[in-house]
Design a protein around this ligand. Structure first.
Ligand code: ADE
Length: 256
């Protein structure tokens, strides 16, 4: 997957794109990133990339001209908006609090694209003509307002890239597919077994894999019931029939 990032703050990205799982996948050629400094494309002699909104309003907007120029430099043309991943046009996303909320379903959809272009907004937004001309879809990472789209773009990159085949190791991706996905994660412990007067639950030290599996299952269910009851309902609706007798009993017990 290739991801282009258009930003006024390119210096924010190198650490995120070269570290950890994402950095290793980029080194292996599974992911390719290119960061464009929007300001490099402004025709303004003071490198200005923002201006006051027509009709008034607080703050400044990012102007259309450097965004048009930066997109053209990437080989994109204003009329050839994204149609489908079957065509070569890149999927264009503008990070914005007014966009579609990013969730695992959208992340999975985006992970199947060959190319994404991410536009990071700043100030009070972007001249609408730049968004319309290139068919940018708006994506939000949560119902809160960040100072700019960069941190949102990093979250999107992280979520989407870990779903690209081969990016995660086989052990990690196995967990992803396990029956637990769709539930909150059960609590886990590592050594030492006793620390500052608190002990790891005894069952985890028992070596009895079936007992441990059932315990983990119950903990995941209880945590999900407490924190995300709507998520638990959806999970039960989708998985209950396929559960073995013991697991069904655990679910029944929690639902009482
Ligand atoms: N830019 C500012 N706030 C944002 C958010 N919540 N999601 C995406 N982009 C943003």
């Amino acid at each position: 997957m290739k991801i282009d990032i258009l930003t006024l703050f390119p210096e924010m990205f190198p650490a995120v794109l070269s570290t950890g799982v994402i950095g290793r996948a980029a080194e292996r050629g599974l992911l390719e990133f290119a960061v464009t400094d929007i300001r490099d494309h402004t025709e303004d002699k003071h490198r200005k990339a923002d201006d006051y909104p027509f009709g008034g309003g607080a703050g400044q907007l990012m102007t259309a001209q450097p965004i048009f120029a930066a997109m053209r430099a990437l080989g994109e043309s204003p009329k050839a908006a994204y149609v489908s991943s079957a065509l070569s046009a890149a999927r264009r996303l503008y990070l914005s609090p007014r966009g579609r909320l990013l969730d695992q379903t959208l992340a999975e959809e985006l992970s199947r694209e060959e190319r994404l272009i991410l536009l990071c907004g700043h100030y009070e937004g972007v001249d609408q003509r730049a968004l319309d001309a290139f068919g940018f879809e708006e994506v939000s990472v949560g119902d809160y307002v960040l100072t700019g789209g960069e941190v949102a773009a990093m979250a999107l990159i992280d979520v989407v890239c870990r779903l690209v085949p081969g990016v995660l190791g086989s052990e990690e991706s196995h967990r992803e597919e396990s029956v637990y996905s769709g539930l909150l994660e059960y609590p886990q412990y590592t050594r030492p077994a006793s620390y500052e007067g608190t002990d790891v639950p005894e069952v985890l030290l028992s070596g009895n894999h079936r007992k441990i599996e059932l315990w983990n299952f119950e903990q995941a269910l209880r945590l999900t019931a407490e924190r995300r009851p709507e998520m638990l309902r959806a999970w039960i609706a989708a998985h209950y029939d396929a559960l073995d007798k013991k697991k069904k009993a655990i679910v029944d017990d929690i639902l009482i």
